[in-house]
Write a protein that binds this ligand. Structure first.
Ligand SMILES: [Zn+2]
Length: 93
């Protein structure tokens, strides 16, 4: 991860430990994934076993980790940093 945005110079580490809160966003993303895959399994294969469900959910979490990690950090940062479309405009500098 870059220390700051190469375009607008926004710091990606506003303070030490800033991204601890992203764990809550990640929790929400993973809960949504759990629900989607659980309902899909219920519809596709209603006689599923608990070990099959846990295996599928474990695989989903591991495979989605690169995306959910970055999404949760991006969402967490977007909650605290206002988007400024004029920041870093290369035509002005
Ligand atoms: Zn930027």
């Amino acid at each position: 991860m870059h220390p700051a945005c190469p375009h607008c110079k926004q710091s990606f580490e506003p303070e030490p430990g800033f991204y601890y809160g992203a764990m809550f966003v990640s929790y929400g993303i993973n809960t949504a994934l759990f629900l989607v895959f659980w309902v899909a399994l219920l519809l596709i294969y209603p006689d599923y076993t608990l070990s099959l469900l846990l295996g599928i959910l474990t695989a989903v979490v591991i495979l989605s980790l690169p995306l959910s990690f970055r999404w949760s950090r991006s969402i967490w940062l977007a909650l605290f940093v206002r988007f400024d479309p004029k920041a870093g405009n290369t035509l002005d500098s």
